[in-house]
Design a protein around this ligand. Structure first.
Ligand SMILES: [Ca+2]
Ligand SMILES: [Ca+2]
Length: 442
C-alpha cells in the first residue's frame, strides 16, 4: 500500500479501473456468481476426482485429541477416489483369507494401500488405484474406514501373533481356524506340562474398542472387552451361553495336544473394512502360575472380518514338534507336526554344541521332486567335529511338514561325545527364530 491508501499494481496485472466503464452491475454480478460456482465445482473436482497421494489420505485421518480411536473424516463415507504414486515397497502376508498385500507409494509408509489376492504391481511401477470409503465398525465403535487402505486395523493380526507367542512361552500353543460351517476351531497344538481339566476354565471375551485402546487391552490381557461365554470347569465341555465348547479329543482328562475349543456363531462385521475381535483364554482354577502370578495358562486372539477368521500364516515363525534319536555316528530328527508348512529355502538346520553353532541351508528346488527327495547339504566343522547334514522330504513337496527328517553324521574319525549335550533343530530364517529343537548326546 502507498501512503495515500491506493492499491499498488500487482506485478504483471495492472489494475485498470477504466475497463469497468460501460459494464453493467448486473453482468458483473453474473460473472461473480459464475466464478463462485466454477470455483466450488473446481473444489469438488479437486477433492474427489484429482488423483490422491497416500499422504493426502493421511491428512483425512481424524486428528482430534478428543477422539482416541480415529478413522477417516466422515465426509469421505461413500466416496471413491483415485490414488496415484510410485510403488516403493510391497509386503505380502499369507493369511487364512489368502494373500494380503500392503503397497507403499512414494516412500510414505504411514498409509499403505491394501490388496487381497493377486497383485499386479511391481516395485518402481507408477500406479493408479481406486479406493473407497465406507461407514464401518470395529467392535462396538463406528468409524469411516476403507477396505483398500491399511489404516488403522492392519496391525491387529500381528497383535494376534504376539498374543500367541506369549501363550507359547507359557507352554500352550493354540491354533485357530474356521470350519466350513463358520465355527471357529481352536486346536491345542502343544501343551506342556499337561493341565488337568478339573483345574482349568475357559473364557471367551469380545473386544469393545478399536485402535490404541484395543491393542493396549489385548496385550495387557486385563479386563479385555466383555465376556460372552465361559466354561468354569473344563470337565464340563459346554459354556453357559453354549457359544463355547471344549473337546477332550483323547479322553485323557487333561488339556493335551489335539484337544480343541470351538466357538459358534461369533458375530462378524457387515462391511469389508470392519473388524470384530475376540480373546479366548484358558485359565487355571486351582493353580497359580509361578512365573506370571496370573491364572492364565494360555490364550489366543481372534480377528474376525466380513469374510471370516483372519490369521497370518506366513511370514511368522511356525511351531513344530520334532523327535530325535541317536543312530550310529549321528542323530536323526523327524518333524512330527508343524503349524504351517514352510518352504525349505526359508529354514536352516542348526546344530549347537553349547559353545559353537553351525547352520545348513536347504533349498526348496532340491526337495520338491514330487516323491521322496533327498538333499545332501555338505560337511561343516563344529568344535573338533566334522558333521554332514542330509535332509529328506518324505513326499518331495518342497516344504517342511509332517514326517520329513534330517540326519547329522560325524566324519573323519570324530563322533558326538556321550558326556556332551548337543541341540539340533530348525530355524525359521525370515525371523531368525527356532521352529523346533531337541537335545541329544553321543
Ligand atoms: Ca486331552
Ligand atoms: Ca515335506
Amino acid at each position: 500500500m502507498t501512503q495515500d491508501g491506493e492499491s499498488e499494481p500487482v506485478s504483471g496485472i495492472a489494475y485498470e479501473p477504466e475497463m469497468r466503464k460501460g459494464v453493467s452491475k448486473k453482468i458483473v454480478a453474473l460473472v461473480i456468481v459464475a466464478m463462485v460456482v466454477g470455483a466450488s465445482g473446481l473444489f469438488v473436482w479437486y477433492e474427489y476426482f484429482r488423483p490422491w497421494s497416500t499422504k493426502d489420505i493421511a491428512k483425512e485421518v481424524i486428528n482430534d485429541p478428543l477422539v482416541a480411536t480415529p478413522g477417516f473424516d466422515h465426509s469421505l463415507a461413500g466416496k471413491e477416489i483415485t490414488v496415484k504414486g510410485r510403488v516403493t515397497n510391497i509386503t505380502t502376508y499369507q493369511t487364512t483369507l489368502g494373500n494380503q498385500t500392503f503397497v507403499e507409494l512414494d516412500h510414505f509408509w504411514e498409509i499403505r494401500l491394501q490388496i487381497w489376492g493377486e497383485v499386479k504391481y511391481k516395485l518402481g511401477d507408477r500406479i493408479k488405484m481406486k479406493v473407497h470409503f465406507e461407514w464401518s465398525t470395529c467392535n462396538d465403535e463406528r468409524h469411516v474406514y476403507s477396505p483398500q487402505v491399511d489404516f488403522p486395523n492392519f496391525v491387529l493380526p500381528s497383535v494376534g501373533v504376539v498374543v500367541d507367542s506369549v501363550s507359547y512361552v507359557r507352554g500352550m500353543v493354540l491354533i485357530s481356524n474356521e470350519s466350513a460351517d463358520g465355527r471357529v476351531v481352536v486346536t491345542v497344538f502343544d501343551q506342556f506340562p499337561p493341565i488337568r481339566l478339573a483345574d482349568a476354565n475357559c473364557s471367551l471375551r469380545a473386544g469393545t474398542a478399536s485402535f490404541a485402546a484395543e491393542y493396549v487391552q489385548v496385550l495387557g490381557g486385563w479386563n479385555y472387552g466383555r465376556e460372552i461365554d465361559r466354561i468354569s470347569n473344563l470337565t464340563n465341555g459346554v459354556g453357559v451361553n453354549r457359544t463355547l465348547r471344549f473337546f477332550d479329543s483323547d479322553h485323557d482328562g487333561n488339556i493335551s495336544n489335539g484337544d480343541r475349543f470351538e466357538a459358534s456363531g461369533l458375530a462378524r462385521p457387515d462391511t469389508e473394512s470392519g473388524i470384530r475381535t475376540y480373546l479366548l483364554t484358558v485359565g487355571l482354577t486351582n493353580v497359580t502360575d509361578p512365573i506370571y502370578s496370573e491364572d492364565i495358562a494360555g490364550n489366543t486372539y481372534l480377528v474376525m472380518t466380513h469374510r471370516g477368521l483372519l490369521r497370518i500364516l506366513e511370514p511368522i515363525t511356525p511351531y513344530a514338534r520334532q523327535s530325535s534319536e541317536t543312530i550310529p555316528d549321528g542323530v536323526m530328527s523327524t518333524v512330527v507336526k508343524v503349524t504351517t508348512p514352510v518352504p525349505w529355502s526359508k529354514v536352516a538346520i542348526m546344530l549347537h554344541d553349547g559353545t559353537n553353532f553351525v547352520r545348513w541351508y536347504p533349498s526348496t528346488g532340491e526337495l520338491d521332486n514330487g516323491s521322496n527327495s533327498t538333499a545332501y547339504l555338505g560337511n561343516l566343522d563344529i568344535g573338533s567335529l566334522n558333521v554332514s547334514c542330509t535332509v529328506v522330504d518324505l513326499l518331495g513337496n518342497g516344504v517342511l511338514d509332517e514326517g520329513d527328517y534330517f540326519i547329522l553324521n560325524t566324519w573323519l574319525g570324530t563322533s558326538f561325545a556321550p558326556s556332551q549335550n548337543y541341540t539340533v533343530g530348525v530355524v525359521y530364517e525370515p525371523m531368525g527364530e527356532q521352529i523346533c529343537r531337541s537335545v541329544f548326546h553321543g
